[in-house]
Write a protein that binds this ligand. Sequence first.
Ligand SMILES: *[C@@H]1O[C@H](CO)[C@@H](O)[C@H](O)[C@H]1NC(C)=O
Length: 503
Amino acid sequence: MESRPRHYFFFLVLLLPASLSSSSNPNPRRAYPRNLFRSAESLIRDLNLLPGIQQLGAEIEVKDPLSPRLVERRLDLRILGESGSEIPVEQLGHHAGYYRLEHTHAAKMFYFFFESRGSSSDPVVIWLSGGPGCSSELALFYENGPFKIADNMSLIWNDYGWDKVSNIIFVDQPTGTGFSYSTDIRDLRYGEKGVSDDLYDFLQAFFKEHSHFLKNDFYITGESYAGHYIPAAAERIYRGNKEKEGLQLNLKGFAIGNGLTDPAIQYGAYADYALEMGIISQRAHTSITKIYPLCELGIKLCGSSGVISCAASYVVCNSIFTSILLLAGNINYYDIRKECEGSLCYDFSNMEKFLNQDSVRNALGVGNRKFVSCSPLVYEAMVTDWMKNFEVGIPALLEDGIQLLIYAGEYDLICNWLGNVRWVNSMEWSGSQLFNEAPLAPFTVDSKEAGVLKTSGPLSFLKMLDAGHMVPMDQPKAALEMLRRWMKGSLIEEQYITAAAVM
Ligand SMILES: *[C@@H]1O[C@H](CO)[C@@H](O)[C@H](O)[C@H]1NC(C)=O
């Protein structure tokens, strides 16, 4: 889940009228870049002040350097219904654990690990939710985990959990997200370098603990702001393998669902998508599009190492998004067919209710830590990371044959398919021409068209029909099929290799 940009009323008032007033009109508002930089600076100052917060949501613990870094416990959850597996339920390995992160002061990373309902030789998959700062338990319980939560707090098997075809890890990251925490504020992460280093350390410890899975294929998956996390993690692992830093991780591919990866292109697509879907008028499109050059310039200044310009471009660029929302009414920006209800536009309250029960907390070993779906602190810390481009590291991975699947539900606005297909098409790598010439093919599930696919060599793009931002929630069966076929290298069916379809 990518959280809706905060502060937006403030920025809207500050910026939108300024940016919309044409530059040929000499009025006092021409001073707006100065205001902009001042607000960006204050945003960053706020982050360093962190009034009243001395720790990342946890009680003080006595540090014991001799205690094991990774503490995992087996879960014995009562799950209603049929697992659909030949493996007896008692033998299905369900685990939850904490890893005391190396290279931090006192951070602990929380994760779930569900062994496959299929076979232990199935690939290992890690799932990362976005936010930044939203817990991967959102996906676990509402998208692709082994079970769902009923209104009476019972767990029920999910017929389309991704654990049917993989050994799957759901991890709360960066530090401060979900049940992951630190007692030391210095462990807060401000960008992908720190985030991916932590994740790499976690994976090293995980595979050391579960060494019999080390030979399995390994895939990184996730959604939304994980469009930043995933390429950064893939690059980090690739580098670790190359430099023989630790255990060789058998990275075969990475998949991003409705992600934010290349902001310059994706912010340019908002107005076009909104117009195409009929949620704004042509006139609104024309005036919103006028904000884009300043947004694009800010992203350029931000580059890969900027600070103030990154916060400034975050402000300007998100005014494009929030102007569309103002005009579109109370739409759910994760699924424009729906209305926005609740703080995340969906009602996920059962999850917090479930995870805050004493019996559950005891089973998970999370102590008194209160579970929060999305952390505002983690979100705000990542404000200078937001506009950075994570497409840049991908070509090197593709050249080495690592698979990449970009998929997107067609009704999502916030990380819409149009912006995603544009960056995928314009990415430069040795196979880009072949990819651009590849015919579109239907992605069929149960002989029904569930998506439109374009694939060539290691790269695939899949537009998922009848789905919003959270594809495995809206199209659970098609999403499971997508994962299964992609990991087998047979995303495209034989008969469609030369056929064409319309995207
Ligand atoms: C809870 O809800 C599930 C699904 O609706 C149902 O199967 C189960 O019997 C309920 N359990 C109790 C204790 O009411």
